[in-house]
Design a protein around this ligand. Sequence first.
Ligand code: NAP
Length: 246
Amino acid sequence: MNELEKVALVTGGGRGIGRAISLELAKSGYYVIVNYSRSKEEAEKVVDEIKQAGGNATPFKAPVQDFEACKEMADYVLENFKRIDVLVNNAGITRDQLFVRMKEDDFDDVININLKGVYNCTKAFSKAMLKQKSGCIINMASVSGVVGNPGQSNYSASKAGVIGFTKSLARELGSRGIRVNAVAPGFIDTEMTEGFSEELKNEIVNETCLGRFGAPEEVAEAVGFLANSANYITGQVINVDGGMAM
Ligand code: NAP
């Protein structure tokens, strides 16, 4: 890494939206730490892709629900790179089920990864940002956390939690030069949505103004904007949903 390079970490950066974010940030000159939990090969593939395009990246395993693992990841980054400029809390899962059938584990797993994971990584990196007096935290919310969605009471709760967390933290950290924002995608073409029935896909498409699912790259562009150009924007939720929620 050269000394002028800025450093970004993307949780779940090896697949889906996270992959597109890793590529986008690498393109704008960040050294990218591509976090993963299970998808080692995919994370390594993104790192190779970034290097082939002339950028710099490294994979790092840490399940975000494990606070100690997140702390080790932060220690590794800060020891080796001495700074953290952008933290993208992107990792997330779904365990969709109507509430009457939803098991306690379905609720806990989603909250632990989607919401507690955001706390864990932010806690692990925020001290360094405070010391630097600069930093940018971008949390992946969802349109489900803004307007709700049947079958997703666990997921919507986690994402609404992420939005509240984002706004409170923006108020706490703004005076220290740290911006905290959220991106709320609508329905995006990734493994998370590929199992949807054609009927559900059509229903969703009909709810968007733009009449289609979004692409991971379109979410990544919003993240790139928040990371690179949005110096006077904090505490906001940017919907990237084709006009689904307004
Ligand atoms: P995806 O294709 O299923 O990818 C999920 C990503 O999260 C993977 O990189 C995965 O890495 C990572 N992840 C899952 N559990 C993890 C854990 N415990 N620790 C670290 N990483 C973990 O989903 P996606 O569509 O890209 O979703 C990315 C984010 O966008 C999520 O927060 C999701 O809730 C949000 N979102 C997606 C949509 C959509 O329509 N796709 C809409 C709104 C919001 P491993 O494979 O290594 O676990």
